[in-house]
Design a protein around this ligand. Sequence first.
Ligand SMILES: NC(=O)c1ccc[n+]([C@@H]2O[C@H](COP(=O)([O-])OP(=O)(O)OC[C@H]3O[C@@H](n4cnc5c(N)ncnc54)[C@H](OP(=O)(O)O)[C@@H]3O)[C@@H](O)[C@H]2O)c1
Length: 407
Amino acid sequence: MARSTRRWDLVLYGASGFVGRQTAAYIARHGAGLRWAVAGRNAGKLREVLAGLGPAAAEAGVIVADAHDAAALDALAAGTRVVLSSAGPYALYGSELVAACVRRRTHYVDITGETPWVRKMIDRHHDAAARDGTRIVPGCGFDSVPSDLGTWLMTRAMRERHGSACVEVKASFSMKGGVNGGTVASLLNNLASGRTDAFLQPFLLNPAGTAPEDTAPHADPYAPHRDDDFDAWLGPFVMGPINTRVVRRSAALARARGDGGYAEGLRYQEYQHYGDGAAAALAAAGMSAMAVSGQGALALAPMRWLLSKVTPAPGEGPSERAMDEGWFRCRLVARDAEGHVLRGKIADRGDPGNRATTKFVCESALALLHDADALPPGGGVLTPATAFGAVLVRRLREAGMTLTVED
Ligand SMILES: NC(=O)c1ccc[n+]([C@@H]2O[C@H](COP(=O)([O-])OP(=O)(O)OC[C@H]3O[C@@H](n4cnc5c(N)ncnc54)[C@H](OP(=O)(O)O)[C@@H]3O)[C@@H](O)[C@H]2O)c1
């Protein structure tokens, strides 16, 4: 089917949600000339979103399709070139939409961090999407673009500067930001689903046969340590068990395409950055202990109930001011087998879970629409790095984000 004959270029699914409203505003600002629509289960809420955007959204359409209405989602997917979904928890609202996109050969991006659900989508749809050249790309938000595209950037720089592959990449994160109700709902849904064992597998997202026999060197860190590469105290990072799986999938998919930038057995790990000195050491120790005990506590249903009562509800999130005052910094260190070391940085102003996430996922969708010929070839259930590579690096830089590599 010729995709240009479709009614829409882009459909924003879940546009009435906290992130969804921000994606609609981003597309209204940056999607000049696009034929786009907002979609979800509630027509009234969707019209309100467009009304709030004024003339910039005057031509945008409204599509009503509940997440469980397979026929409506099929029509939605058949009528657009690209779907951007911010309707989560994805384990609850995402599966039918992905199936429709694969069936209708419609490219798809989202902002999920629900790796057990992504595993399901890989098992169900990777082969068909790969056969048809359809790009299904979960994880295009703060989890997991800085980790995944950052590692990809380091592999490129290592090849260009030293002609070698990365054997190790480490990332450390600092940030200031708020929490969305949708994120809490997704976390709680995952914990209640009984799939936490899957969540903890270091190679959960890898293609069959690409995980090493000995996964011990890739285990998630749980204790703080002083790291000479970063000259700082580091501890476990809350999103590490999500992002590391995505990076490892990228490494395996890239190697299968003949991309030698990721050495076989590449070690990728990421951490929370606490800085240097005694206060930082204390903070790293305290926060690491809290992370471990918090994980244990949230295995209990009453603790999950309590968390849902003290955090924002679905549809809610940080204030505009808090989102403007947020920021993130992802520092990267990469080495090759000869001992060459490169340092990189990805950083931006704005709340990472909202401002940066919106930029990441919207620029990913725009890459599918505007840069199709420059994208790495091939479809499937992909990762941000394997779907977008250099194109997304360029687009994010043009959108004002810092992505750099130094010696
Ligand atoms: N990667 C990242 O860094 C990052 C950052 C932020 C959020 N997230 C993830 O993104 C997702 C959304 O977060 P959020 O804060 O925007 O959540 P939210 O405000 O609760 O939005 C959820 C959206 O899902 C829609 N929805 C709920 N039930 C539906 C159904 N049966 N059919 C169709 N749509 C339905 C809601 O529609 P109604 O308005 O009609 O209820 C709403 O549009 C979550 O999974 C969250 O974890 C990821």
